[in-house]
Design a protein around this ligand. Structure first.
Ligand SMILES: *Cc1c(COP(=O)(O)O)cnc(C)c1O
Length: 238
């Protein structure tokens, strides 16, 4: 018995994930092409990320801009980069020109700083509003109560373009609870799409991780962020 190489293992996992994405998309009247697969690459070394890119991964997301900065010169060109982790305002300027989208915008204060920095650099940053539907105190994100008003204010910021919503459900939910959570997110997303007055492109609903992505897609996710199911479990001690 030969040990499988990490790259073979990745290729197998990716094939299975793609298959599952296609099935879940079909269950929601869509196709695999309607779903963006983003590889969550925190703690993953550049060599493995590059293998993923050469295997067809076109979007990667990192949690810390410092980590992305350290890796980026080693990465194959052309891959779309998103920031998906909690972002401090003093790190915003490092994101400008480095990532195409900041998914984890959970406060108006952060949106304002992104807008300010983007304007200063003559650009506009795509963002998602992170929603904290379950009002978890350990998590950032807009509560349901503040979301509408915050999005109205965000729409007035010249340096950001709101492209949709992002969510991380509480850990340890049952399938049924996850499904309810994702469906609620989808309703919010549709609501925001319909209120979209000034030709903003609201097209992204980012939800679903390794253990929940099929459910998320069945409930309307347009983007899933996958780490473990592609790369195996993370080693935080390197
Ligand atoms: C790590 C991470 C993911 C991927 O999580 P897995 O369970 O490993 O798929 C997705 N989204 C965010 C915001 C993350 O931090």
């Amino acid at each position: 018995m030969t040990e499988k190489s990490l790259t073979d293992l990745f290729d197998e996992r990716l094939a299975e994930v793609r298959q599952r994405i296609a099935e879940a998309a079909k269950a929601s009247g869509r196709t695999e092409q309607d779903i963006t697969l983003l590889a969550a690459v925190k703690t993953v070394e550049p060599e493995r990320i590059n293998h993923a890119i050469s295997a067809g991964i076109t979007y990667i997301g990192d949690n810390r801009v410092q980590e992305l900065k350290a890796k980026e010169s080693f990465l194959l060109p052309g891959v779309h980069k998103h920031m998906i982790g909690h972002l401090q305002t003093n790190k915003v300027k490092d994101c400008i020109g480095r990532v195409e989208m900041i998914e984890s915008v959970g406060s108006l204060h952060l949106a304002e700083e992104i807008s300010r920095q983007a304007v200063a650099h003559g650009t506009v940053m795509d963002i998602l509003a992170e929603v904290n539907l379950a009002n978890e105190t350990t998590k950032t994100g807009f509560s349901l109560a503040e979301l509408d008003k915050a999005l109205e204010k965000t729409a007035e910021l010249p340096g950001v373009r709101l492209r949709g919503l992002m969510a991380i459900p509480p850990a340890g939910l049952t399938d049924a609870e996850n499904c309810r959570y994702f469906s609620q997110m989808y309703e919010l997303f549709i609501d925001i799409k319909q209120k979209n007055r000034d030709n903003r492109v609201v097209d992204t609903l980012s939800m679903g991780m390794s253990d929940t992505y099929e459910s998320a897609i069945r409930c309307g996710a347009t983007l899933v962020r996958l780490g473990t199911v592609l790369f195996g479990s993370r080693n935080y001690n390197q």
